[in-house]
Design a protein around this ligand. Structure first.
Ligand code: HEM
Ligand SMILES: *[C@@H]1O[C@H](CO)[C@@H](O)[C@H](O)[C@H]1NC(C)=O
Ligand SMILES: *[C@@H]1O[C@H](CO)[C@@H](O)[C@H](O)[C@H]1NC(C)=O
Ligand SMILES: *[C@@H]1O[C@H](CO)[C@@H](O)[C@H](O)[C@H]1NC(C)=O
Length: 562
């Protein structure tokens, strides 16, 4: 009797539940359609390439990689054109300096439709935040990039680079070309860890490598997610194999930055990065709920795993020590970790555990992957243009003289090298595309406008190849960056680090790193192309090459010996 009643109730319940899901699904669809109409109407006055009825422009972008496709669209549609990723997500894609200025001189928020895809991975750190919270964090962290803080990093870059060059010396003996991208990545990660997290262990451990691989995977998966409308909805995404792979890679990345929660000593060990999803074999969904950040207690920063956890733990312990606190208060410039932990513990603004973790995850990612791309493509350019390579080498040789390493004052003297770095950032911008959502209407120079709520995609790659701003835009010409030429150019024509209030906080750090690393590389090796394996540009949040960057290295034995 009871069981009959129960099953009756259950079947009723099932009916109700499916009804509810149907209604919710219906409401969601209405919402999407209304939004689509809003976005489409806003872009009425902007003609664009024809759209597929289901995929929008996504297929064409996936097929050819968006980069050169958008450049050809830019020739067809001056200033801007609509860019649809599926039927419900439409951006105005812009690539003209005045258009860019109209939007990027203001501090409009990031487009949540895209940047929310980051949340599982780097949380609400500086890159994703907006409004007063962003402002607070930005103000808090800016002193961490004061030049007095950056100065000693020159020696750190030197040491990390030497480790990489020694490795290359071995590889170069085989007299074959090899992919430099991955080694540059490990070097950049190593120096970032030492700079932002204090000591860091020298030498590349297994953990570093699994973090590096996880980030490569995450950037690839996120790019694919942006371009595939089927994956836009969170709920659906986490049910797909793609989404699960994303969560698994997130967990590997967090294992490294300390985002793993348990007190269980077995998961805190070195091998943990290869552990399966949940501690008890739970599914990706169970793992996802509640998000790991909410599950992290204050214990999360007292883990005993090596790497940044250990560094955070030691610093925290030191902070408890009154003498140490005094010392830190007297120190004029604090580094990144001092600032984060100091803010947690004493100053006016308090960062929660989740906020602290998000900033650590954000800087770990943004701080190494971008410079890796920048340095690798620069070395490719040097191989492609041997005459510029020699000129750069002559310059840095002269600056170095008979010393064995560069110092802070040398960086300002590397004028030709700096121009070459900028020219390679123009042709191969490490961050090729960024997105915003307008918080208020914007009027463009040609009289067209967009209402609040519209989505903007700034295509940095296409902007950097606009031929009226950059004559012979495909030609590598460092003299575009002489002071005279810069002065006559539109200030928003070159923006590898974005511009305006939401520009890159690590710009100076990145330029310093690129100068030191590339100068040392040029002193030790001559770089040449491998004609059989030209790189294939691929945007994966950052600019990578589908097949790596293969170069031939010839040891030189000049300057700073080996
Ligand atoms: C060549 C190297 C680099 C390039 C090309 C680059 C480029 C950019 C770009 C284009 C943005 C704007 C992103 C957006 O609007 O969504 C940005 C933001 C940011 N970058 Fe970089 N970046 C580089 C290196 C670094 C380094 C070394 C760090 C840290 C040490 C860093 C930390 C950040 C952070 C935290 C933001 C967010 C800033 C904010 O919104 O307030 N970047 N970067
Ligand atoms: C390049 O910029 C010029 C002037 O700023 C603009 O008139 C032109 O439409 C742009 N071209 C492309 C291909 O975006
Ligand atoms: C760089 O390496 C040298 C010798 O290997 C060491 O003495 C020095 O402390 C290191 N400097 C930094 C900043 O890591
Ligand atoms: C540069 O790095 C090398 C190798 O680690 C080291 O021997 C040298 O002392 C470093 N120079 C400076 C100034 O840090």
């Amino acid at each position: 009797m009871l069981s009959v009643l129960l099953s009756l109730n259950l079947s009723h319940l099932g009916l109700w539940a499916s009804g509810l899901i149907l209604v919710l699904g219906f409401l969601k669809l209405i919402h999407l359609l209304l939004r689509r109409q809003m976005l489409a109407r806003a872009m009425d006055s902007f003609p664009g390439p024809p759209t597929h009825w289901l995929f929008g422009h996504a297929l064409e972008i996936q097929k050819t990689g968006s980069l050169d496709k958008v450049v050809s669209w830019a020739h067809q549609f001056p200033y801007a054109h609509p860019l649809w990723l599926g039927q419900f997500l439409g951006f105005l894609n812009i690539y003209e300096p005045d258009y860019v200025k109209a939007v990027y001189s203001r501090g409009d928020p990031k487009a949540a439709d895209v940047y929310d895809f980051f949340l599982q991975w780097i949380g609400k750190g500086l890159l994703v935040l907006h409004g007063p919270k962003w402002y607070e964090h930005r103000k808090l962290l800016t002193p961490g990039f004061h030049y007095d803080v950056l100065k000693p990093y020159v020696a750190v870059f030197n040491n990390s680079t030497h480790a990489m060059l020694d490795k290359w010396e071995e590889k170069a003996r085989e007299d074959k070309s090899f992919d430099i991208f991955c080694d540059v990545g490990h070097m950049a990660l190593d120096s970032l860890m030492k700079c932002t997290f204090g000591k860091g262990n020298s030498g590349l451990s297994h953990r570093d490598n699994s973090y590096y691989l996880a980030v490569s995977d995450l950037t690839l998966l996120m790019q694919q997610r942006i371009e595939s409308f089927q994956y836009h909805n969170d709920f659906i995404y986490w049910l797909t194999p793609h989404g699960r792979r994303f969560l698994r890679a997130c967990q590997e990345a967090h294992d490294h930055t300390g985002g793993h929660f348990p007190q269980d000593p077995t998961t805190g060990s070195q091998g943990s990065s290869l552990a399966p999803l949940g501690p008890s074999g739970t599914s990706a969904i169970a793992e996802f709920q509640p998000p790991f950040r909410q599950r992290m207690g204050p214990q999360a920063v007292t883990l005993s795993a090596p790497g940044p956890d250990q560094v955070i733990k030691e610093r925290k312990a030191a902070l408890q020590d009154e003498k140490e606190q005094e010392k830190i208060q007297n120190q004029r410039h604090l580094d990144f970790l001092d600032i984060l932990l100091g803010a947690r513990d004493e100053s006016g603004i308090k960062l929660s555990d989740a906020e602290l973790r998000a900033e650590v995850d954000t800087f770990m990612f943004e701080g190494h992957d971008t410079t890796t791309s920048g340095i690798s493509w620069f070395l490719y350019c040097m191989a492609l243009y041997p005459e510029h390579q020699s000129r750069c080498r002559e310059e840095v040789c002269e600056i170095l003289g008979d010393r064995d390493s560069f110092q802070w004052d040398d960086l300002g003297k590397m004028t030709y090298l700096t121009m070459c770095i900028k020219e390679s950032l123009r042709l191969y911008p490490p961050v090729p595309q960024v997105y915003r959502q307008l918080s208020k209407p914007v009027n463009f120079v040609d009289g067209r406008s967009l209402p609040a709520g519209s989505l903007i995609s700034l295509h940095i790659y296409a902007l950097h190849r606009n031929s009226s701003v950059w004559p012979d835009s495909e030609v590598f010409d460092p003299l575009r960056f002489t002071p005279e030429n810069v002065a006559t150019r539109h200030p928003f024509a070159f923006m590898p680090f974005s511009a305006g209030p939401r520009n890159c906080i690590g710009q100076q750090f990145a330029m310093n790193e690129m100068k030191v690393v590339t100068a040392l590389c040029l002193l030790r090796f001559e770089f040449a192309l491998d004609p059989l394996q030209p790189p294939i540009k691929m945007p994966q949040l950052i600019l990578r090459s589908k097949n790596g960057i293969h170069l031939r290295l010839k040891p030189l034995h000049l300057g700073s010996g080996k």
